[in-house]
Design a protein around this ligand. Structure first.
Ligand code: GLU
Length: 438
């Protein structure tokens, strides 16, 4: 389980033992992610001239659950957690999206992330809707036993909204294959063996080959295609990656394997820089042994904020949302920003980057490889058939390239930024399905 949890600097520690009001407005230290994604939605809705009725339906979540999860902690006291599941849109298929364990999880953030899932599944054209969930907690301060109790508690509390053809959770920030195994096990107690209820499981328990690396692989494929389209060489391109969790570390490995030069990476403990590029296998070994990128031989330390401002070809934010904002957007020197994290750039920063000609490749396209392989996992579970890694990776590659081409074509046709083009592709598909249903 993650030993570190990144937090936004200004955020105070939350006390889980106090019942928390479930504001639909974010608390003062939180970013208003729902407003951010809603603004992006409206911009694209305007471009495709979406009729107000459809716009209203697509902007509104279908169902929002807030649940109380009491957990008996190791020291004997009862701690009260709050869990969320937002099902945003299901016109194209069952609700689908991850579960996040983080101190800053709140309804507003989950709502925004659920909407992003609806757009993502439409862009990569998998027959799913969008959902997201999470628990406000600090997993770095919890034992394995406590996390298991929390996961089982959440599963049973949202059980009535889940289903193989209704809503299928997956990993997200600070949740992993082990957490998914507990969900499958808990759900199975009531409903019998149901591997397709959750994706991102351990391969041994019905998980898919290639699921763990899928978001990183998708990120690499889209970055490579974006370079091609912009007349840049991917081989030899210099890359800075912020965040070294599942998405950041797999991206680093796969970018390097495809010939890019990773010059800076960071995690919660700090960052490292080497203008000549890291020996990636050695760095991954170092992280495995020490738990952090910090102190890797031959590298210089670099602060997380400085990493974002390096003069590189590709900047890959792969951690929290809102890291590129009005305070630092004008100082970003990368040629292209590849949004591996969800909402790493605020709308104001997006605008500033746009003015300065920094190309932004948007989250709903870049990180959609995860849910794409989740779809493969679900299909394999339903068919009780196991695909090999080559099949998974080549099918992922095919779908990501197709998605890139659709978004790029929309950008060329409509002369809008890539983010808005991606929204246009998603909203067009969702609008069509909505019209056919109502
Ligand atoms: N949590 C991941 C995402 O944000 C994966 C979701 C899934 O596989 O359902 O895209």
């Amino acid at each position: 389980m993650a030993s570190n949890v990144m937090t936004r600097p200004a955020t105070k520690k939350l006390k889980n033992n106090k019942p928390k009001p479930h504001e639909t407005k974010p608390s003062p230290n939180h970013m208003d992610f729902n407003r951010i994604t809603d603004e992006q939605f409206l911009e694209a809705a305007d471009v495709i001239k979406l009729e107000p009725e459809i716009s209203m339906l697509l902007r509104t979540p279908y169902r929002e659950l807030i649940v109380q999860i009491p957990v008996r902690m190791d020291d004997g006291h009862l701690e009260l957690f709050h869990g969320y599941r937002v099902q945003h849109n299901g016109v194209r298929g069952p609700y689908k999206g991850g579960l996040r364990f983080h101190p800053e999880v709140d309804l507003n953030e989950v709502r925004s992330l659920a909407a992003l899932m609806s757009w993502k599944t439409a862009i990569v054209d998998v027959p799913f809707g969008g959902a997201k969930g999470g628990v406000t907690c600090d997993p770095s301060k919890m034992s394995r036993q406590e996390l298991q109790g929390l996961t089982r508690g959440l599963t049973s509390k949202i059980d009535m909204a889940l289903g193989v053809y209704r809503d299928i959770p997956a990993p997200d920030m600070n949740t992993n294959a082990q957490v998914m195994a507990w969900i499958m096990d808990e759900y199975g107690k009531k409903h019998g063996y149901t591997p397709a209820i959750v994706t991102g499981k351990p391969v041994n328990l019905g998980g898919s080959e290639g699921r763990e690396e899928a978001t990183g692989r998708g990120t690499m494929i889209i970055a490579r295609e974006a370079c091609k389209a912009n007349g840049m060489q991917f081989k030899g391109a210099t890359v800075a990656i912020q965040g070294f969790g599942n998405v950041g570390s797999w991206s680093a490995k796969l970018f390097a394997e495809e010939g890019a030069t990773i010059v800076a990476v960071s995690d919660i403990k700090g960052g490292i820089h080497n203008p000549k590029g890291f020996d990636m296998p050695a760095l991954l070994k170092h992280v495995k042994e020490t738990g952090s990128v910090v102190d890797f031989k031959g590298s210089k330390p670099i602060a997380n904020d400085e990493l974002l401002l390096l003069d590189v070809d590709l900047l890959v934010p792969a951690a929290l949302g809102g890291v590129i904002n009005r305070d630092n957007a004008e100082l970003v020197r990368a040629k292209m920003v590849i949004e591996a994290a969800n909402s790493p750039i605020t709308p104001r920063a997006d605008e500033l980057l746009r003015i300065r000609g920094v190309q932004v490749v948007p989250d709903i396209l870049v990180n959609a490889g995860g849910v794409t392989v989740s779809y493969f996992e679900w299909v394999q579970n339903l068919q009780q058939f196991h695909w090999d890694l080559r099949t998974v990776n080549s099918e992922l590659e095919r779908r990501m390239i197709k998605a890139w081409r659709a978004v790029y074509a929309a950008q060329q046709e409509r002369r809008v930024p890539l983010r808005i083009a991606a929204y246009c592709v998603a909203l067009t598909k969702l609008a069509e399905a909505t019209r056919q249903r109502y």
